[in-house]
Design a binder for this molecule. Structure first.
Ligand SMILES: *Cc1c(COP(=O)(O)O)cnc(C)c1O
Length: 299
């Protein structure tokens, strides 16, 4: 593993309405693995890194936007294990780099900017083959680690969750983390996913691509995306500040705040039964918050 998993805390939360509804709520703090790099991204990368090292690749090449948590995580992970990294970035090179891109370079990633039009071709096999010819010593990882090997890596998160847990919850972007968790789910457990994009209607197809066979004991809480990817409103920001004041757990408005908001709301709406033990996966990655106006957050 790239990082010590015994440092990952399971934090039990205390709220009056959890007690009233008689549910236990804990947060699995993957955000504590690293201050910048999203914990779930490192899990998703684990088996790709193994494959690259075993097969003597020189480095890893992957794809993402200028704010991609996956790009930074790849840069960081490659540096940690002594591999080179190339990031193919969507859009022309900006005059001022985002924090994400600065971090990528800091971890030694070579950035190649391509037009949005060309970026649209990265799912095209001819385009990928040409790119692979240009970088024959690099292992390619799809954007967001969206690949069965990425889901395999995320499945290892389940080894941190005990059998008493009745519900495991996470935010959904590409659904790779969600699928990995589903792979490791026990019979008595249900997985709840909170999509952070609007109209993510192909989750079933995604799971089928990522996992050979799997439990269907999951629920998609599809109404907590706040209008779409990286969309937010005052009530979400207020929730983040309240959550931090009460629990000293920072969340980000793109992923983990929407998940925690959703689960909190579902508890209030009596989705859960008395005695249920809920574990919410804090996937990490707070740098999205840097795009908020100064002073919006209390942390
Ligand atoms: C990328 C990311 C996710 C989404 O993970 P997927 O595997 O793409 O669904 C969730 N939370 C954080 C903090 C992330 O950076």
């Amino acid at each position: 593993m790239l990082f010590p998993t015994n440092d990952i805390a399971l934090l039990h939360l205390h709220e009056t309405y959890f007690t009233e509804k008689r549910v236990g709520v804990a947060v699995l703090r993957l955000d504590m693995i690293h201050p910048v790099v999203s914990g779930n991204k490192l899990f998703k990368l684990n088996y790709f890194l193994k494959e690259a090292s075993q097969n003597k690749y020189e480095g890893i090449l992957t794809f993402g936007g200028a704010y991609s948590n996956h790009l930074v995580a790849t840069a960081y992970a490659c540096k940690t294990v002594g591999l080179k990294s190339i990031g193919i970035v969507r859009g022309e090179a900006p005059e001022n780099y985002s924090h994400t891109l600065i971090d990528c370079e800091h971890y030694g990633m070579q950035l190649h900017f391509i037009s949005r039009k060309d970026y649209g071709l990265i799912d095209d096999s001819a385009y990928l083959e040409a790119l692979q010819k240009k970088h024959p010593t690099y292992l390619f990882i799809p954007e967001g680690g969206y690949h069965p090997l990425g889901a395999n890596g995320a499945a290892d998160i389940m080894s941190l969750i005990d059998n008493e847990t009745t519900h495991v919850c996470c935010a959904i972007g590409t659904a790779t983390t969600f699928s990995g968790l589903l792979a490791g789910l026990k019979k008595n457990q249900q997985l709840i996913g909170v999509p952070v994009l609007k109209g993510l209607i192909d989750i079933k197809e995604r799971i089928n691509y990522l996992l050979a066979d799997h439990s269907s004991n999951y629920y998609i809480a599809d109404h907590y995306h706040f209008g779409g990817y990286a969309k937010k409103n005052d009530s979400l920001i207020m929730f983040m500040n309240d959550f931090y004041r009460k629990h000293q757990v920072p969340t980000d408005f793109i992923y983990t705040a929407k998940m925690m908001f959703g689960i909190s709301d579902m508890i209030k709406q009596n989705y859960f039964n008395p005695g249920d033990k809920i574990v919410c996966i804090h996937t990490g990655g707070l740098q999205g918050n840097q795009s908020l106006p100064a002073g919006a957050l209390v942390f």
